[in-house]
Design a protein around this ligand. Structure first.
Ligand code: OFO
Length: 165
């Protein structure tokens, strides 16, 4: 069994990761409707990865004999009115997720729960990559997103992303 506070935060993180999946699915739909299938592909894969993150938290709790309570997943609440919007929302969101992971890590550290800290190490590293990717996307869009030809090339690059479970 885990510390009550740590278990609560881990349980809540399942919901947060599923919300991330829902948010990125919303971005994927937005880009698909705008005719940018590559960007749509990028966020569809991102959504799948977020679902996988949720499952990692769920399995970790199960492996530690914890009961899991699934809560309602909020409706994606970001209104995209320009092609750059999802990229900026994604960066802001990943920074928020990093702060949540850090909070769980801090709670585990407080009760000397080294097992949970070790479990979270993967997420600490992953969040570094998630933020870097999101920052790169914003930068690339600022450089190439205005000109239709280079936007087409960028979209083709996004289309090449593949999902690995
Ligand atoms: Fe689960 O990393 Fe993004 O949110």
């Amino acid at each position: 069994m885990l510390d009550k506070k740590v278990a609560e935060l881990l349980n809540d993180q399942i919901n947060k990761e599923l919300y991330s999946a829902y948010l990125y699915l919303d971005f994927s739909i937005y880009y698909q409707e705008e005719g940018l299938d590559g960007f749509a592909n990028w966020y569809l894969i991102q959504a799948k990865e977020e679902r996988d993150h949720a499952m990692l938290f769920l399995e970790y709790m199960q492996n530690n004999g914890e009961h899991i309570t699934l809560e309602q997943i909020n409706k994606p609440d970001k209104e995209c009115t320009s092609l750059k919007d999802p990229l900026e929302f994604a960066l802001e969101h990943e920074r928020y997720i990093t702060s949540l992971i850090n909070t769980i890590y801090g709670a585990a550290h407080e009760v000397k729960d080294y097992r949970t800290m070790q479990f979270l190490d993967w997420f600490v590293k992953e969040q570094g990559e998630e933020e870097k990717n999101a920052e790169d996307m914003v930068k690339k869009f600022e450089l190439f997103g205005i000109d239709p030809k280079s936007l087409y090339m960028l979209d083709s690059e996004m289309a090449s992303r593949t999902y690995t479970a």
